[in-house]
Design a protein around this ligand. Structure first.
Ligand code: F6P
Length: 378
């Protein structure tokens, strides 16, 4: 039985991250106050099509989820919907699927569909929008690689997790005079590595955005040793390229649930390569740790709860005002919105000249590129 009041639909797409439930809660609470009913589609965009799967969202089933990791609606980064293949390339969604999604939205009397996702999920939202489905986007990802927003929610929580890992590695590295390598997520952007590296007192940070060499990494270790510091913490982003330009990833491409090949690779493994090569060159004890999906789990930080809450409330405001095809974004100190198309045009990468990188260099943190900035460098 379709709901009778004007209704807002909500879905979470792609990889999960802390703060998804906080967005859902905020959207539902503010939508109810404006007189809407809410439904949540299950397993991302899959819930819009055969078999259509949704649940009513109300005060009861969204109570106490602010601090809950994951998403009560479920999500998938596979499935029949896919609008991105590889980096920035666009793939046309099957028109039959679009038609089915549009029918579902119409039949349920959905005024606006809030799509919470990263670049892949928002690329799908954009195609839904172009098909005439009233969508609003909310930027989610631990990677912080979406354009037009200073931060995505989930990022701060991932950084907190990686920082905690570094804090723990610090004490054991110091006790055993070891070199420790921490591999963090982030896909092709080095945001998590940079921020956790700074927050967790890393000595070397290897990013996709700054080419580096093993010589320079080893030089930093030796420099520290000559100053009496017999241990070194190296933070490496999973998407950092090896000195020969190669990415480290699994051999197999992802496959969608429909059997169609996707050209997205699963990054990972560079930490072990860095550890082995540094151990070989310096004849030191080196250990590598891959932090992996721990970065995606658990409760959101206070910052992410506040950001997610603002995003959820603002998304409802956009629906209420009929501003479709927009993505909410954070432009400090304001929450604003931009066309989804603008936000997904290109990934947001770390600027090697940014103040965060320069501050790190001023402290003597190495980026493996041999630049040894003096604290007073211009
Ligand atoms: O985009 C979020 C992210 O966690 C990336 O940092 C990582 O490369 C990828 O997803 C992992 O994907 P999966 O959960 O499919 O292994």
């Amino acid at each position: 039985m379709p709901p009778r009041k004007p209704t807002i639909g909500i879905l979470t797409g792609g990889g999960d991250c802390p703060g998804l439930n906080a967005v859902i809660r905020a959207a539902v609470k503010s939508a109810l106050r404006l007189g809407y009913d809410c439904v949540g589609f299950l397993r991302g965009y899959e819930g819009l099509v055969d078999p259509v799967a949704y649940m009513p969202l109300d005060r009861q089933n969204t109570a106490n989820i602010l601090l809950q990791g994951g998403t009560i609606l479920g999500s998938t980064n596979k499935g029949r919907f896919s609008a991105l293949v590889g980096e920035g390339e666009r793939m046309q969604i099957d028109p039959e699927l679009l038609n089915h999604a549009a029918t579902t939205v119409r039949q349920l009397g959905i005024t606006g569909l809030i799509c919470i996702g990263g670049d892949g999920s928002l690329a799908i939202a954009q195609q839904l929008h172009e098909y005439g489905i009233p969508v609003v986007g909310v930027p989610k990802t631990i990677d912080n690689d979406l354009g037009c927003t200073a931060f995505t929610f989930g990022f701060d929580s991932a950084v907190a997790c990686a920082t905690d890992a570094l804090d723990r590695l610090h004490t054991t590295a110091a006790s055993h005079e070891r070199i420790m390598v921490l591999e963090v997520m982030g896909r092709h952007a080095g945001w998590i590595a940079l921020h956790a590296g700074i927050a967790g007192g890393g000595d070397v940070i290897l990013l996709p955005e700054i080419p580096w060499t093993f010589d320079n990494v080893c030089r930093k270790v030796l420099e520290r040793e000559s100053e009496g510091r017999k241990y070194t913490l190296i933070v490496v982003a999973e998407g950092a390229r090896l000195p020969d330009g190669g990415l480290v990833h699994d051999k197999h491409d992802k496959h969608g649930e429909d059997g169609n090949e996707r050209r997205q690779v699963r990054l990972g493994g560079i930490g072990e390569i860095v550890a082995q090569e540094v151990a070989r060159r310096l004849d030191r004890e080196v250990r590598a740790l891959v932090l992996g999906h721990l970065q995606r789990g658990g409760a959101p930080t206070a910052f992410d709860r506040v950001l997610a809450t603002q995003f959820g409330a603002h998304a409802v405001r956009l629906v209420h005002n009929g501003n479709f095809g927009q993505m909410v974004c954070y432009r400090p100190p304001n929450i604003e919105s931009v066309p989804i198309l603008e936000a997904i045009r290109a990934p947001a990468l770390v600027d090697p000249m940014s103040s965060a990188v320069q501050a790190a260099r001023a402290l003597g943190i190495g980026f493996g590129d041999g630049i040894n900035a003096s604290p007073f460098a211009q």
